[in-house]
Write a protein that binds this ligand. Structure first.
Ligand SMILES: Cc1cc2nc3c(=O)[nH]c(=O)nc-3n(C[C@H](O)[C@H](O)[C@H](O)COP(=O)(O)O)c2cc1C
Length: 370
């Protein structure tokens, strides 16, 4: 047991991985990659500085050109991208870290500017509210193009290719991004999926594409033991309220199917991403109980809430997002009760190493092994 009386800071084994502690760095898009989806050289330093987390999950990473929804986000489908990520995984491993890559397709949360003028794709032609981050600033979302049924196998193949690229890049596993109303979630929710083919209508049909993706990705990784999945049954992100009409039934059925895939973990955003943990009628513990692998809880956790949640057996791991931005040594700060630095919002997205990989630890610059 840790000095704080709970095992938050103690090693834990999930699947065949032993993690140094139960604290996970949540995926954080930081928009510092090139137009070709190449993460910057200083990304290696940034992630390695945070290798004291039990597990690092990378920023959301596009599986294909079609998947892009935000300027300056990284990719994992070309040889150049794989090579750049190899620098990151080597640096993280040299510093004792374990890192998964988050596989991303944004679907309708995109803009024609990111696709040479072509429309973003989605299950149905329903425009999201809000704005897309393009190379020329924020622009209103547009009505996307509904995917043809015979286009869907190629996207599943893109996921498999990206999963293989992540393996080649030296990641320890992958997390399928099925949260926050990006493409997989757009298929799952009945407010964004109005299809009449085998990928829409019944709950079984709405889950078909995400489960095909899970099958393809787990096949590449030799089973589910190095594959996690992120979901957000209650979130209204990004920018609207496209909730499913019956989230408990929908995500309950999804989790039951995921349990059969022997995934390593589900990573559950409890409440509205970043904004709220207020009761939303969703019984997150029912999902935890229905799932056979590990449960990572996220969203507005403090050290106190993390400790009580672990102590009460309500999660196996807790992920922190925003606190990791300005606190590379977040684990040590939480352990010792040291104050947390706050990252001003202008540093969140875009820019260079400033406000990204130059945050000091509480005892000065973080010393890295190379
Ligand atoms: C700057 C920023 C970027 C984010 N990028 C991602 C992302 O790439 N993938 C993802 O699943 N969630 C992303 N999120 C959501 C976080 O992973 C997390 O769910 C959210 O911040 C709530 O956790 P927290 O209260 O510990 O920050 C992002 C959040 C922030 C603040």
């Amino acid at each position: 047991m840790s000095p704080t009386g709970t095992p938050l800071f103690e090693p834990v084994t999930i699947g065949d991985l032993t993690l140094k502690n139960r604290i996970v760095m949540a995926p954080l898009t930081r928009s510092r990659s090139s137009d070709a989806g190449i993460p910057p050289e200083f990304a290696a330093e940034y992630y390695a500085q945070r290798a004291t987390a039990g597990l690092i999950i990378s920023e959301a990473t596009n599986i294909s050109a079609q998947a892009r929804g935000y300027a300056l986000t990284p990719g994992i489908w070309t040889a150049e991208q794989v090579e750049a990520w190899q620098h990151v995984t080597r640096a993280v491993h040299a510093n004792g870290g374990i890192m998964f890559l988050q596989l991303w397709h944004t679907g309708r949360i995109s803009h024609p500017d990111l696709h040479d003028g072509a429309l973003p794709v989605a299950p149905s032609a329903i425009a999201p509210k809000g704005q897309a981050f393009t190379n020329s600033g924020l622009k209103d979302h547009v009505t996307p193009r509904a995917l043809e049924t015979d286009e869907i196998p190629a996207i599943v193949a893109d996921y498999a290719h990206a999963a293989q690229c992540a393996k080649d890049a030296g990641f320890d596993g992958v997390e399928i991004h099925s949260a926050n109303n990006y493409l997989l979630d757009q298929f799952i929710r009945d407010s964004t999926n109005k299809r009449t083919d085998r990928y829409g209508g019944s709950l079984e049909n709405r889950l078909r594409f995400p489960l095909e993706v899970v099958a393809a990705v787990t096949k590449v990784w030799g089973g589910g033991h190095r594959v996690g999945l992120r979901l957000s049954p209650g979130t209204t992100m990004p920018g609207e309220t496209p909730l499913d009409s019956n989230p408990m039934a929908t995500y309950g059925a999804y989790v039951a199917e995921l349990a059969k895939s022997n995934l390593l973990y589900i990573h559950d955003i409890e409440g509205i991403t970043q904004l709220s943990r207020a009761p939303d009628g969703i019984d997150y513990m029912a999902f935890r109980k229905a799932f056979t692998g590990a449960y990572i809880a996220n969203n507005n956790y403090t050290r106190e809430l993390a400790e009580s949640t672990i102590a009460e057996g309500k999660a196996d791991l807790i992920s922190f997002g925003r606190p990791f931005i300005a606190n590379p040594d977040l684990v040590d700060r939480l352990r010792t009760g040291a104050p947390l630095a706050d990252a001003p919002k202008p540093y969140w997205y875009g820019g260079n190493a400033n406000g990204y990989s130059n945050w000091p630890g509480m005892n000065g610059p973080i010393a890295l092994k190379s």
